[in-house]
Unconditional design. Structure first.
Length: 222
């Protein structure tokens, strides 16, 4: 359930900063003014989940969600919550560098612009696709700058995540030696996906103590 519609865009979070970049890139992208009242932005993950029903991955720095106009009002919705128009809903991670917040607002507005123009795009590779090229063009930052910024913010989020959920277990393939760091034990036997795409007991992962130097991302396994 999105928030009740107001005459102006709804901004929950650092209103001054978000408002500044919102209006700056709204104008640069030549977005129609009447869509502003259909926009709501939050920097609270739980609030975005309430609005959209989408639970965000911890590493996501921003997200755009388009809610189409409902075919009929929800049976239990209050009158002030019922809207016969579509809505644009955006999440922006608050704990980022100022430049990252700027770029994230621009990035999500590019998705919004695509939707308004009837040409929505999905990412083929963050930082290397046509959306990244548009982001560089509208912000004035180079693709290399944007990729480095994304890497820095992603690494920071991963460190924060690991501080809360540290790697406690390390599994290793007896055949190729590939390692699989885990925060929890596997609940059942698994095998190395690099050696065989299906479960194969010959490549069953073996548990060994995790070491500080091997706390990288978890690889896929079966």
């Amino acid at each position: 359930m999105p928030p009740a519609r107001l005459a102006q865009p709804i901004i929950q979070g650092d209103r001054e900063t978000i408002q500044h970049w919102l209006m700056h890139y709204w104008q640069k992208l030549a977005l129609p003014e009447h869509e502003l009242s259909l926009l709501a932005i939050t920097q609270d993950r739980k609030e975005f989940t309430r609005w959209t029903g989408k639970r965000l991955h911890p590493l996501i720095l921003g997200c755009y969600c388009y809610l189409p106009a409902p075919s009929q009002p929800a049976a239990r919705a209050r009158p002030e919550e019922v809207s016969l128009l579509h809505r644009h809903l955006i999440f922006v991670e608050p704990n980022m560098q100022p430049k990252s917040i700027e770029v994230t607002v621009a990035h999500e507005l590019i998705h919004l612009a695509d939707r308004v123009r009837g040409t929505p795009r999905r990412h083929s590779h963050h930082g290397y696709d046509s959306i990244a090229a548009d982001e560089a063009a509208v912000t004035g930052y180079s693709l290399e700058e944007l990729r480095l910024l994304l890497q820095e913010e992603s690494a920071m989020r991963e460190r924060q995540r690991r501080a809360l959920r540290p790697i406690r277990y390390l599994y290793e393939c007896p055949n190729c030696g590939k390692k699989y760091p885990r925060t929890r034990r596997y609940s059942q036997a698994v095998s190395c996906s690099s050696c065989d795409k299906r479960y194969n007991p010959r490549f069953r992962l073996m548990l060994s103590p995790a070491t500080d130097g091997e706390q990288s991302g978890v690889e896929s396994s079966h």
